[in-house]
Design a protein around this ligand. Structure first.
Ligand code: KG4
Ligand code: ZN
Length: 333
């Protein structure tokens, strides 16, 4: 059976991305344009600026990956694009581009749920990863625990009732004057701090349902900072410790509800955090599960994961989605 090739397009937040991926897990080419510099002055992603930047960049990026891989649209088996959830202006740019290419080349369009892209990306990196697996998805926009049993087969055990974990890192970093996005800077500052120095809450800890909440933790960081009684490095380290304690507790409870899983997997930008990673690694070890973290470039928003999700759907015999598929700002898995 010859390998299939899918063009993937991602534009749901602040990265414009295109990639060509094969069913044999080869990323033939990928390109990504970050809008971090455009949004940094505002301390967060501005939807209108994002949509305009996606519109400017998407066509040249797609051209670039086709050229780099020396693949024509005629040689692609399908065009997969994020169709939601996300900032709707950006999602529309990527989805409409994919529709135009699909129409012009007479190839199927595959409308991908961005969360499904994250959920299946570990299988692009690791051919041995079998369903079902437990997934902690932690980024600036998402904070969920999922049991992944196959494409389209997800059981969500937990979500956040307020902020996502990456959002909590970013907001706490902002309080400490660390700029945007603040997660990596907060992690660096925490290296010089004492994780026990500042008493901070662990929201929802030991509640039976494994949901997350980080708004109270972020407010406590603000109060600790304003009190003037603590060093910034101690606040950063204590925040990170509190967040990791919450994750460990919530994940322990969720894992008890999915005895069938073969691995513990993490995805999303916060997977870059070494303290979070080592906590997950030790939790997996305690449960006798392998711990899998895809390479960082696949953890954060990218188009290879969207192409891969398209390939997983093709492999199940999916023939494509209608060209009137509407972009969805909200789209739970
Ligand atoms: O997956 P991602 O690139 O974009 C989406 O939000 O979809 O994730 C970005 C998030 C930001 O909130 C960023 O602060 C956080 O991931 N992040 C980190 C670290 N690196 C990135 N948070 C904590 N520690 C890090 N080292
Ligand atoms: Zn994402």
């Amino acid at each position: 059976k010859p390998a299939k090739v899918v063009l993937g397009i991602e534009s749901s937040c602040d990265e414009t991305a295109a990639a060509l991926v094969t069913s044999e897990r080869v990323i033939l080419a990928q390109a990504i344009a970050s809008q971090e510099a455009e949004h940094a002055p505002y301390g967060g992603v501005v939807p209108e600026i994002a949509a305009r930047a996606h519109a400017e960049r998407i066509a040249p990026l797609i051209e670039q990956v086709l050229r780099e891989a020396d693949v024509s649209l005629a040689q692609c088996d399908a065009i997969a694009a994020t169709a939601g959830p996300g900032l709707i202006g950006g999602v529309m740019v990527g989805l409409v581009s994919a529709k135009a290419l699909a129409m012009a080349s007479d190839k199927p369009l595959i409308a991908i749920n961005h969360l499904e892209g994250h959920a299946l990306s570990p299988r692009l990196a690791d051919a041995s990863l079998q369903f079902p697996y437990a997934l902690l998805l932690v980024s600036g926009g998402h904070c969920q625990i999922l049991e992944v049993s196959g494409p389209g087969q997800y059981r969500r055990l937990a979500t956040t009732i307020d902020d996502a974990l990456g959002e909590a890192f970013d907001k706490s970093a902002k309080v400490l004057g660390l700029g945007y996005p603040g997660g990596p800077a907060l992690e660096r500052l925490a290296l010089a701090g004492d994780p026990q120095a500042v008493p901070l809450p662990r929201p929802l800890m030991s509640k039976p349902e494994p949901h997350f909440s980080f708004a109270g933790l972020k407010s406590a960081v603000l109060r600790a900072h304003e009190s003037g009684s603590y060093k910034d490095a101690d606040i950063a380290a204590s925040f990170q410790q509190a967040a990791v304690d919450c994750i460990r507790d919530r994940l322990t409870r969720a894992l008890a509800q999915m005895p069938e899983v073969t691995a513990l997997v993490v995805a999303g930008g916060v997977a870059a955090n070494a303290v979070v990673r080592s906590a997950l690694e030790s939790l997996a070890q305690q449960r006798g599960l392998p711990f899998i973290a895809p390479p960082m470039a696949l953890c954060t928003d990218n188009a290879a994961m969207i192409a891969w999700a398209g390939l997983e759907r093709l492999a199940l015999g999916h023939a494509g989605d209608p060209l009137d598929f509407v972009a969805r700002p909200r789209w739970p898995l």
